[in-house]
Write a protein that binds this ligand. Structure first.
Ligand SMILES: C[S@@+](CC[C@H](N)C(=O)[O-])C[C@H]1O[C@@H](n2cnc3c(N)ncnc32)[C@H](O)[C@@H]1O
Length: 349
């Protein structure tokens, strides 16, 4: 499939289903060409969100345990598992299994995975998996599926989450989708290690009445050049999407405590705690304003230029992974040091 072959009416129909909520009524893929058109456009855009999450995990040197079976549940065209296998190495997993209640989707996703990773054993799961039917050790990948599920289907899926060695999960960055994911997070916060986005395992502070307007979301940028690509411009207009940044929410879980997590409190400067900055940082002339989440809750804070001019400049241009050692008084950030640094580019880069 290329841009000239794209089935625009099929994309319009899919979009209408996503927006109206009718995507939750049952399988909606009608041909393999639907999936190929989705894979080139909507799914690729979802892939940019996966790239952002996988970049953070790579910089943090975190991976799901080696030797697990990768399960892509609600696989659609299979973009999520492909991005995970490409970033972590297909040989990090013993096999890939794809499940979707659409057999067309299963078939498309499996074939794509085989084409991309010829050495990886890929199978289609024939009927809705249960904890007993899955391999003993599996890494569960979930992407843009939760809002299509009934209460019963969500319950069945959460049983799979509970049994997974690791879970990598991305949903849209809307208020509702992010909060749905935070509800899951609160259900597993004492049984699983929360690798991301949280820096703590207290109850999620979003659910306090004072925080009901806030939500836990992030933005992934499109690869360089997309904004000037006539095909993508046409797609963004027709789909009503702004490709400058893709909002997403996410959750990464591990069944076993991992050695390498966000700075243990012992390694943080005295008086500071590990915090994640949610959403967008607003940059004004004399200060930056942002929402930080840490074990004491959510805080709207200001970082003045005088306190850290270099960081303000960076936040404006190329913000680091939004994890910080943060010291504040509830209103002002007194010290703010990125906890995850990308290596300096080498002369060959
Ligand atoms: C918006 S698409 C996302 C596909 C893919 N995960 C991605 O990120 O591009 C949602 C997918 O979930 C599947 N789905 C919805 N309800 C499901 C269910 N109850 N069981 C299995 N798959 C389901 C749909 O068929 C569709 O392929």
């Amino acid at each position: 499939m290329n841009w000239d072959q794209l089935d625009w009416p099929a994309l319009d129909r899919l979009r209408a289903g996503f927006l109206s909520g009718s995507a939750a009524d049952g399988p909606y893929w009608t041909t393999l060409s639907d999936l190929a058109s989705y894979d080139l456009t909507y799914a690729e855009r979802i892939g940019w969100k996966w790239d952002a999450l996988l970049r953070e995990l790579t910089l943090r040197h975190w991976r799901p345990p080696a030797g697990t079976t990768l399960i892509d549940w609600g696989c659609g065209s299979g973009i999520a598992a492909r991005r995970v296998a490409a970033a972590l190495g297909a040989d990090h997993f013993t096999a890939l299994q794809v499940w979707d209640h659409s057999s067309l989707a299963r078939s498309f996703a499996a074939n794509q995975a085989r084409a991309h990773f010829p050495a990886l054993e890929v199978t289609e799961i024939a009927s809705a998996p249960t904890p007993a039917s899955l391999p003993a050790a599996y890494t569960l990948v979930l992407s843009h599926v939760f809002n299509e599920l009934s209460v019963e289907q969500r319950t069945a899926l959460l049983a799979l989450v509970a049994g997974a060695a690791a879970v990598l999960w991305i949903e849209p960055g809307t208020h509702a989708d992010s909060r749905a994911l935070a509800t899951v997070r609160d259900r597993v916060r004492t049984t699983h290690q929360i690798v991301a986005p949280c820096t703590h395992r207290e109850n999620c502070p979003l659910f306090l009445a004072a925080n009901e307007r806030d939500w836990c979301h992030f933005f992934a940028s499109a690869p360089v050049g997309i904004q000037n690509d006539s095909n993508w411009v046409r797609f963004s207009h027709r789909a009503g999407l702004d490709l400058r940044s893709q909002a997403y929410s996410y959750l990464v879980l591990a069944a076993e405590p991992s050695a390498r997590l966000i700075a243990p409190s012992a390694q943080l400067p005295a008086g500071s705690s590990a915090a994640r900055v949610l959403g967008r940082v607003e940059i004004f002339k004399p200060y930056a304003r942002f929402l930080a989440c840490e074990s004491t809750g959510l805080h709207w804070l200001e970082l003045t230029k005088r306190t850290d001019p270099a960081l303000i400049k960076r936040l404006d241009k190329t913000p680091p992974v939004p994890l910080y050692a943060l010291a504040h008084d509830g209103h002002r950030a007194n010290a703010m040091t990125p906890l995850v640094e990308a290596p300096e580019p080498t002369s060959n880069d």
